[in-house]
Design a protein around this ligand. Structure first.
Ligand SMILES: [Zn+2]
Ligand SMILES: [Zn+2]
Length: 305
């Protein structure tokens, strides 16, 4: 008998949720990295698969190894490949230990790898692209944890000036008056690892167009296990789907032990067919491939009309 070949792992999941691509790897306890290329960001870094190097921002949810293992590699490889910048946002308590960890690599590698860490506390924001901000939202996990919401800031004319003629507006502006207001539009929300909590039901998550959420447990008998590990259970997802207005909800952090088809089936039974139209599993490779092929076909049909 010949020995078996090693299992092939580390396949990158991919979903096109217009206008964003959602790509990465997320298996609970193994690794989680979810990239939105259009927003220049990786949520968590997992083991830093090749695809993750391209995004100049990393937003770490918490300090568990399956979410941060690839961070030194990320900075080192970006330097090696002469990619400029690269910054990592994290919960404030992680700043100092991460700094120590990254500095500790210098004598190991015998070189100085530049890195940038940005602590971001609850409700704090940082601009990651022109007019695009990353906001931290506190989550509840076994360790301090951030969720994140990417928010677009759009300048609009002040409500009370809607009917004012252009010439008058110009005059006001020149006199130094601020004639605009800033609309904050939540685009994408990311839960990281978390238990059910009020912030998941807050405005930022509810109004986001796309929500990427963990859901680690699906079996009815695993509700207690979800609570102990401070994770979301399918039951919680049901409640959240009712609150979230998102057109698309991407489920991550599913278990390797349960086949993805089985988790999807459990979700369908519990949530119903209608709710499942907007729920996708990042690691459901076969189904996501079929979905993408359909999107390609629809696009080519539309362009020949
Ligand atoms: Zn995790
Ligand atoms: Zn965790």
């Amino acid at each position: 008998m010949l020995p078996r070949r090693p299992p092939h792992g580390g396949r990158v999941g991919f979903l096109y949720c217009p206008p964003w691509r959602v790509q990465g790897i997320s298996v609970g306890g193994e690794q989680t990295v979810v990239q939105i290329p259009e927003l220049d960001i990786n949520f968590d870094i997992g083991m830093c698969p090749r695809v993750a190097l391209a995004a100049p921002w990393v937003a770490l949810s918490h300090g568990h190894m399956d979410h941060i293992g690839g961070l030194p590699y990320y900075f080192s490889q970006r330097t090696f490949q002469k990619m400029p910048g690269g910054a990592c946002v994290c919960p404030p308590v992680m700043l100092e230990p991460l700094e120590r960890m990254l500095h500790a690599w210098s004598p190991v590698e015998n070189q100085q790898t530049p890195f940038k860490l940005v602590p971001l506390g609850h409700q704090e924001m940082i601009e990651i692209k022109p007019s695009i901000y990353l906001k931290a939202v506190e989550m509840t996990h076994t360790v301090p944890a951030n969720g994140y919401v990417v928010i677009e800031h759009r300048s609009k004319l002040r409500e009370d000036l809607q009917d004012v003629p252009q010439a008058k507006l110009k005059q006001l502006r020149e006199s130094g008056e601020d004639i605009t207001r800033t609309l904050q539009i939540p685009l994408v929300a990311y839960s990281g690892d978390t238990d059910m909590n009020q912030n998941l039901l807050g405005e930022d998550f509810c109004k986001s167009k796309l929500v990427i959420t963990e859901c680690t447990f699906f079996d009815e008998g695993h509700r207690q296990r979800a609570r102990i590990g401070n994770h979301l259970h399918l039951n919680d997802l049901g409640e959240l789907l009712e609150a979230w207005e998102a057109e698309t909800v991407v489920v991550i952090h599913t278990s390797r032990r349960t086949r993805i088809e089985q988790s999807r089936e459990q979700a369908r039974e519990f949530l119903g067919e209608k709710a499942m139209e907007r729920v996708h599993f990042l690691m459901d490779h076969r189904r996501n491939k079929t979905r993408y092929e359909q999107q390609v076909e629809d696009a080519s049909l539309a362009s020949t009309k």
